[in-house]
Write a protein that binds this ligand. Sequence first.
Ligand SMILES: [Zn+2]
Length: 404
Amino acid sequence: MTDFAAAVCKLKTLPQFAPDAKTAALIADTLGVYNCSRYHIFPGFCDVHVHFREPGFFYKESIRTGSQAAARGGYTAVCTMPNLNPVPDSAAHLQEELDIIRKDAVIAVYPYGAITKGEQGAELSDMEDMAPEVIAFSDDGRGVQREAQMRKAMRKAAALGKMIVAHCEDNTLLHGGYIHDGAYAKAHGHKGICSESEWRQIARDLRLAEETGCAYHVCHISCKESVELIRQARAKGLNVSCETAPHYLVLDENDLKEEGRFKMNPPLRTKADREALIAGLLDGTINMIATDHAPHSPEEKAKGLAGSAFGIPGLETAFPVLYTKLVRENIISLERLIDLLAVQPRKRFQIPFAGAFTVWDLEAPVTVTPEAFLSKGKDTPFAGMQLFGECLLTIMDGKIVYCK
Ligand SMILES: [Zn+2]
């Protein structure tokens, strides 16, 4: 069997994927240089939750470096969150981001529009003007605190046929916390963030989604109560979906160290929470895995758990982490992982495949080496971890966007 024929055999086992002739020819050319017996071709991954930091925070990440990191992680489509400067809250502000995307992105980049002006939670953004150019609306980075504003936003989004994608966090329950309010925080004298700050706002939004008929997606769920709330909402037939991130599935507060690379929002929670998230993946309550790729400068992450900025890079580690810790440990199948990374996000967010796929050597041992990341963000809790799975090639619209 030729390399290409072998590759296509594997490809046939994957869901909903067929390359066009031009793309197939390009694969055939490129795959000739590799030993085909141990690699897999997957549809390009799709991450609905990344922070590429432009415009406004080029020193943390750029659309170029972020999209290059994504391609190296096997991603060919991402949705970028709006906590930028300027915040995309009007057509003019959004245009600044769109101009950079058109110039610098190496993969498909779909921006979110903000729900409220400046993500300040008061006045609604110019949702109508932005609707044709945004994937959905989100104030990610913070929760929309006022119920009346969220209700208005959901009514508007529903009328525009757009989804509300919510970072759920009730500020009145935060009390200056920065890691999970659990055993580690108590033992080490840290201020904790309780799970209720997340699930209480999800409960409110689910009620509003039911009332308004708005399509609603919850960002980065991290605790068992959130899984259960969304399970019940879906059982009721609400138009609701959610994501969790790789770090919540494979790490918990027992893995914490006194280093900024373990700090993200929401925080790593308990073993019971981690197990509930896995149960949610298994029963389909959690529709997709998103990275919440949120890079910062080394200085911003050098201030321990209390002082560092929230957020970690995730695009270049997601697949090897999930493949090694979930698939090779027989917790989920490879097919389900690809479903969660590539198929379900596209289905929910209506993002096309665009002749996009990625080739991986699943037997290659890899050590997570942040210095080698294409992302500017290097502070990952997975640093030094021994994993399996190396991206060899990513193709988008018939063009090579990453090649080892
Ligand atoms: Zn968030």
